[in-house]
Design a protein around this ligand. Structure first.
Ligand SMILES: Cc1ncc(COP(=O)(O)O)c(C=O)c1O
Length: 353
């Protein structure tokens, strides 16, 4: 039976990307060798890394003179400390929009003063709080899309203070003026590729200002100077991320995928809004187009709904353990047909009851 993969991450990738990735494990570029057994310093891999880095600039329309692109390891979680290690001299401003922002805040406190300028904790993070970016801070940090709660920042404010953004769960899902950001990071395993690579896009002029010593592996400049091959990079995740970015570009790029993602989100949110059995978690204005969170109004229907979901081949829509309910993650590779199947099951439940 066809599976409809709504997993939050690691998550769905385009079928053709998975096929090409599988082929590369058997034989990369008809070289007679597997991608997994060639040197990361071979021309084959250096070309892969260079193409991946330049495709990131191409998709974001950023200029390679001002910005550097890195594929690191350690997940987005390692960026929670790498950012302040490299950029926090005295004080940083953070927006608290949920569990991931909290983890970033906790790490930053090890390096300097942290001012949480706004939070939506009072309401179980179901909205994006209003905020004003202060001027005299080393940087401002925010999370563009809150994977667990299904909220998303729809408009980013311009600022004199450098803006750092965790885009782990919505990178390349919508058009943004990427030049508004001074540093963007994302764990690959949602919208970019498989788990194991971490994308960092950094504006060169924000680096080199802290006076502390930085261990080499934590130092952005060390990785930049070695073109993201300071040590052995995550070879396979970088290659699959490259294939996925090529897929995105060949299918119309970010503009086209944003239109499709918006259609998918509208379809599901409309059902949540008209079906009396369901209630959305996130406030309407701050709803995410990537992760849609919702609950059954009456938990008595849970067993029936769960079995209907599983009979329809839908997987991965359990809510995060911290908030319960349901969460449909609809990353770039998820076809609209899968969303239609979910919506049909929701409306069938209404007819049944
Ligand atoms: C917004 C956000 N930030 C950070 C993380 C942590 O990423 P990683 O597991 O790559 O450290 C996640 C993981 O789901 C996330 O959704």
């Amino acid at each position: 039976m066809k599976k409809h993969n709504f997993c939050a991450g690691p998550s769905i990738l385009p079928k053709e990307v998975i096929i090409q990735a599988a082929e590369s494990v058997l034989d990369i570029n008809e070289s007679g060798l597997s991608l997994l057994e060639i040197s990361h310093r071979s021309k084959t891999f250096i070309d892969i890394m260079e193409e991946a880095r330049s495709l990131v600039l191409d998709l974001t329309k950023l200029n390679g003179e001002d910005y550097s692109v890195l594929f690191l390891q350690g997940g987005a979680s390692s960026q929670f400390s790498m950012v302040p290690y490299n950029i926090l001299s005295t004080k940083a401003a953070y927006l608290d929009t949920g569990a991931w922002s909290n983890k970033a805040i906790k790490e930053a406190k090890l390096f300097g003063d942290v001012n949480v300028i706004a939070s939506s904790k009072d309401s179980n993070y179901n909205y994006i709080p209003d905020y004003k970016i202060p001027d005299d801070y080393d940087y401002f940090h925010c999370t563009s899309n809150n994977t667990i709660y299904g909220t998303q920042i729809h408009k980013f404010k311009a600022s004199k203070t450098p803006v750092i953004c965790d885009m782990s769960s919505d990178i390349f899902s919508r058009e943004l003026e990427f030049s508004k950001f001074d540093l963007i990071y994302a764990g690959a395993q949602k919208n970019l590729g498989p788990a194991g690579a971490t994308l960092v896009i950094v504006k060169n002029n924000i680096l080199g200002k802290v006076s502390r010593e930085i261990p080499s592996m934590m130092d952005y400049n060390v990785h930049i100077n070695k073109c993201s091959i300071y040590n052995t990079p995550p070879v396979f995740p970088v290659y699959v991320s490259l294939l996925n970015m090529k897929w995105l570009k060949n299918n119309g790029g970010i503009k086209t995928i944003e239109e499709i993602n918006t259609k998918k989100a509208n379809l599901l949110y409309s059902e949540i809004d008209i079906n009396p059995l369901f209630k959305g978690h996130a406030k309407e204005v701050d709803r995410s187009i990537m992760n849609v969170t919702f609950n059954l109004v009456n938990d008595d229907f849970k067993e029936t709904f769960n079995s209907m979901i599983s009979n329809a081949g839908i997987i991965g829509i359990n809510g995060h353990r911290s908030i319960g309910g349901y969460r449909a993650s609809m990353y770039n590779a998820l076809p609209i047909e899968s969303v239609k199947v979910l919506v049909e099951v929701m409306s069938e439940l209404e007819n049944k009851i």
